[in-house]
Design a protein around this ligand. Structure first.
Ligand SMILES: Nc1nc(=O)c2c([nH]1)NC[C@@H]1CN(c3ccc(C(=O)N[C@@H](CCC(=O)O)C(=O)O)cc3)C=[N+]21
Length: 301
């Protein structure tokens, strides 16, 4: 058996097309345009690539993109001041501060300074608490993208068992909470836990966000399981740079039922979900109906 490839790039395109249509329709009705502000402190090359991509995709979706690039030695007060201005700016509906921040900045203080209604990353403590208690809130983009793809393979999570490997605030913890909210039985493992193999064998769903290339091995996989690989690791393979996930892809795909590739899996869905969150924040701020945009709600066509 060879696993079905979960084409994150194709799903992302579908989601982006829906966002684009909705943005155009709302603009025609109201004359308003959603705006996304992305703040980048310092010059991390990977972050530069992501920030450019986020800005370009926002514009492609008919939104306004505001990029704020600050030097690596920016004082925290200055960054907080920029966030305060963006919080007050009626043209800005979503604010994303690219992580990681340089070490002299307190990322927690910076994130919690963003207005929860504009926190399109879903990292503000208020959104985290709401999602944690099963309330409607802005959901972090990567776990949201993973849930959208998982729903294509699991119309009901009840009775299913999931293993989340990695417990970051950005992916692991919110992923586990979303699966729990969907009535899945959820295990959360630290990447260096020695019993991951036994836990993995129980799992109908594995989501890994550990930053360890090849961590998830074929012997661990329950045949037919759905494997979602959030890892993005830049490695050298046969003397050439390569982008790989946290899953031993070539072997795991022989056992799994469905699997996301890297690249072309979770990554593109993350950015598509950022646009979803920005549109949704815009709708809430302007009292417009926040219609479903996700793949669950199939086109009437
Ligand atoms: N405040 C904040 N929010 C984030 O959402 C956030 C962040 N900071 N910091 C960095 C991580 C990483 N991240 C990715 C987004 C898209 C791809 C993506 O599209 N990846 C492509 C490949 C891109 C490539 O070739 O490098 C793919 O997987 O196919 C990857 C990673 C968002 N992040």
């Amino acid at each position: 058996m060879t696993a079905e490839l979960i084409d994150g790039k194709a799903y992302a395109e579908t989601v982006r097309a829906r966002v684009r249509d909705r943005v155009a329709a709302l603009h025609a009705d109201t004359g308003l345009t959603p705006g996304l502000a992305v703040v980048l402190v310092g010059q991390d090359p990977a972050s530069e690539v992501y920030v450019r991509s986020k800005g370009r995709q926002a514009v492609d979706a008919g939104m306004k993109s505001f990029e704020h690039r600050l030097p690596a030695d920016t004082a925290e007060a200055e960054l907080l001041d920029l966030i305060a201005r963006l919080n007050d700016d009626p043209h800005v509906h979503g604010i994303l501060v690219q992580l990681p921040l340089p070490p002299h900045l307190d990322a927690r203080a910076v994130i919690n300074a963003i207005s929860p209604t504009k926190d399109v990353d879903g990292f503000h403590i208020s959104n985290v608490g709401m999602v944690g208690t099963g309330q409607d809130a802005i959901v972090p983009c990567t776990p949201l993208g993973c849930m959208i793809m998982l729903r294509q393979y699991h119309d009901d999570f009840r009775g299913k068992t999931a293993l989340v490997i990695g417990h970051s605030n950005i992916v692991g913890k919110p992923m586990a909470r979303l699966l729990l909210n969907a009535d899945c039985t959820v295990m959360i493992a630290h990447k260096s836990s020695t019993n991951i193999p036994e836990l993995a064998r129980l799992a109908d769903i594995i989501v890994v966000a550990a930053g360890v290339p090849g961590l998830v091995r074929a012997e661990w996989i329950k045949p037919g399981a759905t494997v979602i690989d959030v890892g993005i690791n830049r490695i050298q393979r046969a003397g050439k740079p390569a982008l790989v996930g946290d899953v031993d892809f070539d072997n795991v795909r022989k056992v799994a039922g469905a699997i996301t590739p890297v690249p072309g899996g979770v990554g593109p869905m993350t950015i598509a979900c950022l646009l979803v969150n920005t549109l949704s924040a815009f709708c809430h701020q302007h009292d417009l109906p926040d219609l479903p945009l996700l793949l669950d709600e199939q086109d009437p066509s």
